[in-house]
Write a protein that binds this ligand. Structure first.
Ligand code: ASP
Length: 600
């Protein structure tokens, strides 16, 4: 080894020892001829000092020529810093290394951005990601991610799970998202696809008798640009046989508690809360409720259905809903704040937003004059509103009113700093609908993926659905009412995972394909191997996948998922460092039997 110690590990206990360190020159200062070089390696920073009165002349000369990010080997003695010059912000701040030898292992050009600040432009950071990753913050994130992943592996190992790799060159088996395709050179005109997830492989591993599988799995989805998505991402993928969803809940709760504690020293409370999908939508206006704060949505349709405010009474008379939430302490919001709230509601599709600002003895509102004292009192009571609060009301189709208020709830919480770091609110969301009506395609599509089973008590609805006289898509149609044996796990308002108990019988799988209008021929073409496997003693099974990138981002306290991925792409799938995607050679195109036709 070139080094005897890490820079970041030196403490007063090392005083008097000769050490040899390797790393990069971080900050360099010349104080009246005495040269201070902060030497940085993966473990941290230590101050090295080259005093012309204490080191050889050529050593001092070499030190004086060092530039930022030069790669150095420094040998010297650990000494206590002179009183008054200690740096309490640095773990090594009580000591310094008196340099006796210095070797420049490599030079560095001036950097495109300073590594000591967190404010550099993201495109520049991504272009020079290898420099960006040198920064202490990024190194801590890489370390956190490794430790978290290792804790998961340790835990799963102790629980008897086997980590099994599944193919990256996979078959076109759509689960919902668009797939990346890979042309086959050996099979002209044919393509592999990159897996959206190991879903079918892990189910086949259950048929294979593996019983307990997991994988830190890379998944690929050719999604439209979205700030919080990456085209490739990592899941903690899990599947088990002979279990109920309770077993999955128990396993995942213990796994997360273990990983949080062992990787980051965070204690999380188990068991996690549970909520039905419909409850989450009604009370929080989203299927990923942030439970770090209250401000639940209330239904006030019954109170205002007969009021003289026509919008409310009309909406109520056609089966719509009037929903409200109490923005506690927000009566002081400015006109501008309120118009921002209205814009958010409108973007969610609401026609408008009614507000009631509650004062000590007066109220400010353009709707209050249409409401009787009794109606106002009843609204205040239901929302537990008192002086200083701001009531927000949306009247519309029930789900739309809730969604709009859900967005407002989140917006206000962020504005009031209620989304506190260090508060870990996990919740299982259960009983999703199995199918959703796709207006554009004119058919039902799976809410999760087509291998999710219905709740056992709703299985008959799938069969009934095939013969129903009601038009498809109708809320009362049996297919609209089937609930899935599926679950999502949500942390602080982010969906961090989801899974289900699977279909494991051919007949039910075929009924599901039928319900989503997947022609049998196509179903057999795409999923024939699965249907066949189900006929050879497939055990009941289920599983889940957790989004590793998102979990690490939440722990690292960043909204930007790219921060926790070593080499991410931009939201449009571009890699500024390599310039990928790029054209390929004519020869490669010919080899893979591809002719381009780029019209625009
Ligand atoms: N494969 C699913 C997904 O990626 C997760 C699961 O059902 O286990 O969303």
């Amino acid at each position: 080894m070139m080094r005897t110690h890490w820079c970041g590990e030196l403490r007063p206990q090392h005083i008097g020892q000769k050490v040899r360190l390797c790393g990069w020159a971080s900050k360099i200062r010349d104080h009246g001829g005495v040269i201070f070089i902060d030497l940085r390696d993966r473990s941290g920073i230590v101050q090295t000092v080259f005093d012309p009165s204490a080191c050889l002349r050529e050593v001092h000369k070499l030190a004086s020529e060092v530039g930022s990010e030069y790669v150095l080997l420094v040998e010297g003695e650990v000494v206590r810093r002179p009183p008054g010059t200690e740096n309490p912000k640095l773990p090594t701040g009580e000591i310094e290394v008196r340099g006796e030898r210095i070797e420049v292992l490599n030079e560095s050009k001036p950097l495109p951005f300073p590594l000591t600040s967190d404010d550099a432009d993201e495109m520049v950071r991504l272009k020079h990601r290898y420099l960006d990753l040198r920064r202490q913050r990024m190194q801590r994130i890489l370390e956190l991610r490794y430790k978290f992943t290792k804790a998961i592996r340790d835990f799963m190992d102790a629980e008897g799970f086997w980590e099994i790799e599944t193919p990256i060159l996979w078959k076109h088996t759509p689960e919902g998202a668009r797939e990346f395709i890979v042309p086959s050179r050996l099979h002209p005109g044919k393509f592999y696809v990159l897996p959206q997830s190991p879903q079918l492989c892990k189910q086949l591993l259950m048929v294979a008798g593996v019983e307990r599988y997991f994988q830190i799995a890379r998944c690929f989805r050719d999604e439209d640009p979205r700030a919080d998505r990456q085209l490739e991402f990592t899941q903690v993928d899990i599947e088990m046989s002979f279990i109920t969803r309770e077993d999955i809940f128990d396993l995942v709760e213990r796994m997360l508690a273990y990983a949080f504690e062992h990787a980051v020293g965070i204690k999380v409370e188990t068991p996690f809360a549970r909520m039905s999908y419909s409850d989450a939508m009604e009370r929080y206006g989203t299927d990923k409720p942030d439970l770090r704060f209250g401000m639940e949505i209330a239904d006030i349709t019954d109170i205002v259905a007969n009021s003289s405010f026509q919008i409310f009474s009309q909406v109520a008379s056609v089966g719509g809903k009037v929903k409200a939430l109490n923005a506690v302490g927000c009566a002081s919001f400015s006109r501008k704040d309120v118009s921002e709230l209205t814009d958010i509601a409108k973007r969610a599709g609401a026609k408008g937003l009614a507000t009631i600002s509650v004062g000590e003895s007066e109220i400010h509102s353009h709707v209050a004059k249409f409401l009787s004292d009794g109606e106002l009192e009843a609204i205040f009571e239901r929302l537990k509103a008192t002086a200083g609060d701001l009531i927000l009301i949306v009247a519309d189709k029930g789900w739309l009113a809730c969604t709009a208020l859900g967005l407002l709830r989140n917006h206000i919480a962020a504005k009031l700093n209620l989304k506190r770091y260090g508060d870990w609110k996990f919740v299982w969301v259960v009983d999703f609908p199995l199918l959703q009506w796709d207006e554009e395609e004119g058919r039902y599509t799976p809410v999760h993926h087509p291998f999710t089973s219905p709740l056992p008590e709703d299985e008959c609805l799938l069969i009934e659905g095939a013969n129903s006289a009601l038009p498809k898509g109708h809320p009362e149609h049996p297919l609209s009412k089937v609930r899935a044996n599926a679950y999502d796990i949500v942390l602080n308002g982010y969906e961090i995972g989801g899974g289900s108990i699977r279909i494991h019988k051919r007949q039910l799988q075929e009924a599901l394909f039928k319900a989503i209008d997947l022609p049998m021929e196509e179903a057999h073409q795409k999923f024939g191997f699965l249907l066949e496997a189900f006929e050879y003693g497939a055990p009941p099974h289920g599983g889940i996948a957790l989004g590793l990138d998102r979990i690490i981002a939440i722990i690292a306290d960043t909204e930007n998922i790219r921060e926790v991925i070593a080499f991410p792409k931009t939201s449009t799938g571009y890699d500024p460092m390599t310039g990928s995607p790029t054209p390929v050679s004519e020869q490669l195109l010919r080899d893979t039997h591809i002719r381009l036709s780029l019209e625009d």
